[in-house]
Design a protein. Structure first.
Length: 455
């Protein structure tokens, strides 16, 4: 072959490959492209996707997956999905034990937002930035504050794709509000509960000593400020050392002194029973709690609930989850196919949302008309539209390895402070000292990572 002919052939090949890259680039975000319905290939490569995967998590995630597995199996008929679900704490304890042991983890593991900071800078989960996953192509499709939570501080590793977010809202019993002469329409209720002072006034009206209470635990008022676990600034100084935190903890103390809370543990079975009976009138939580109400907390109370923004700032996130692939998975291709189908897909995300109210972190899903639909369970309120509004107003938080432990320490100290009538300042001082003591090792690792990132 002459040099001229060689150059001509190479030029033609370059044009062909160039066109291929352009086409691939145009389909890089939004819905996944190029997957056949035969299960013959996936975004993970051309190798057939088949075999069995175990998906592990906690309720009501199982109900969500049950809503999409039939469609998943139409695309991947040779993949068998087995669900392994248990209480959240049990799931996470078992997962962490399996990671340490090197075996026993599911192929796809749900990871709650409070745990993500502990592992995003370590090994144990597949780096979804690597080929063949290439998850960075979805960066602009997911809510920014949620997407960044699972990305390591150096920006080189991503351990989980965001599933849901938890736009925080206040759930209230419409029937009780009407019973005591208060409006039950969300627009009017929002006016009543726009401030924490307003919240206290409503609490005094709906509560009946020893019989009915505004909320399960007075400490939940203070903890709602830290729902997104944004306890730290980027230099690891504490964000709760301010007057607003002292004032809110003071309000919690007032609620306790006046007998307006049931003195129950947040999200305990006892508190759920009283929500069902209407003896606990309000509950602050993420949008996902709507699924809890409908499926196992109070499914027979349709029409008796409404939601409004949380008093005060009104826009924050509470929890949510990620889907991860433990390194020990023996079928990473099928695991990724399942994650991509479930989370980077409007139809799947919205099918799961309809099933259990897990609000999608995948923003293209919000374009569906269903987000303007009325929900009969909430008295035909447009709850999804409110959650979109809250989600758009939520600011990013700085994720650390200490977040979960910080939350545990803070809850315990707040509970003790309320029970023993300790001053808000003394409580928060004790929280600070306990955190510094109990998280010293993780804090040192965080400091090293932060310093490394500055170099």
């Amino acid at each position: 072959m002459t040099n001229l002919l060689k150059r001509s052939v190479l030029s033609i090949l370059a044009v062909i490959f160039g066109i291929g890259f352009i086409v691939a680039g145009c389909s890089g975000s939004g819905e996944t492209k190029g997957q056949t319905g035969t299960g013959a290939g996936s975004a993970a490569g051309d190798k057939p996707v088949k075999g069995e995967i175990v998906v592990g998590g906690w309720p009501s995630g199982d109900k969500a997956f049950e809503a999409i597995i039939p469609e998943f199996n139409k695309k991947y008929p040779d993949v068998k999905v087995t669900l392994q679900f248990q209480k959240s704490e049990d799931h996470h304890n078992k997962l962490l034990t399996a990671l340490a042991a090197g075996s026993g983890a599911p192929d796809v593991a749900m990871l709650e937002a409070g745990y993500i900071g502990k592992y995003r800078d370590k090994k144990g989960f597949v780096n979804l930035y690597d080929a063949p996953y290439n998850a960075k192509r979805f960066e602009n499709d997911f809510v920014g504050y949620k997407y960044q939570m699972s990305v390591s501080l150096d920006g080189k590793q991503m351990i989980g794709l965001p599933w849901d977010i938890g736009p925080t809202s206040l759930f209230y019993r419409r029937d009780v509000f009407k019973e005591v002469g208060l409006p039950d329409d969300p627009v009017e209720v929002q006016k009543l509960l726009g401030t924490w002072d307003g919240y206290l006034e409503v609490a005094r009206k709906v509560s009946i000593p020893g019989k009915r209470w505004m909320l399960a635990n007075a400490g939940d008022v203070f903890m709602s400020k830290w729902a997104n676990r944004d306890y730290y600034n980027q230099d690891l100084s504490f964000r709760f050392e301010d007057q607003k935190s002292l004032d809110l903890l003071g309000l919690s103390a007032t609620i306790r002194k006046e007998g307006l809370d049931a003195k129950l543990v947040y999200s305990s079975n006892e508190s759920y029973a009283l929500m069902k009976s209407g003896q606990i009138v309000t509950h602050i939580s993420g949008a996902w709690f709507g699924g809890f109400l409908k499926t196992f907390v109070a499914p027979d109370t349709s029409g008796k609930w409404g939601i409004v923004k949380v008093p005060g700032d009104g826009a924050t996130n509470w929890g949510g989850s990620f889907l991860t692939i433990p390194e020990q998975s023996k079928n990473k291709e099928a695991a990724w196919a399942f994650i991509e189908f479930a989370l980077a897909n409007k139809a799947s995300q919205n099918a799961m949302f309809k099933a259990v109210d897990y609000f999608p972190a995948y923003m293209p899903a919000w374009d569906d008309p269903m987000y303007q639909e009325a929900d009969p369970f909430y008295g035909n309120q447009k709850t999804k539209a409110l959650w979109v509004e809250v989600a758009k107003g939520t600011k990013p938080s700085f994720v650390t390895m200490m977040d979960r432990q910080t939350e545990t320490i803070m809850r315990a100290a707040i509970s003790t402070g309320l029970d023993q009538n300790i001053s808000p300042k003394a409580v928060l001082d004790s929280v600070k000292q306990q955190i510094l003591k109990d998280t010293a090792q993780d804090r040192k690792q965080m400091e090293e990572l932060i310093q490394k990132g500055k170099k």
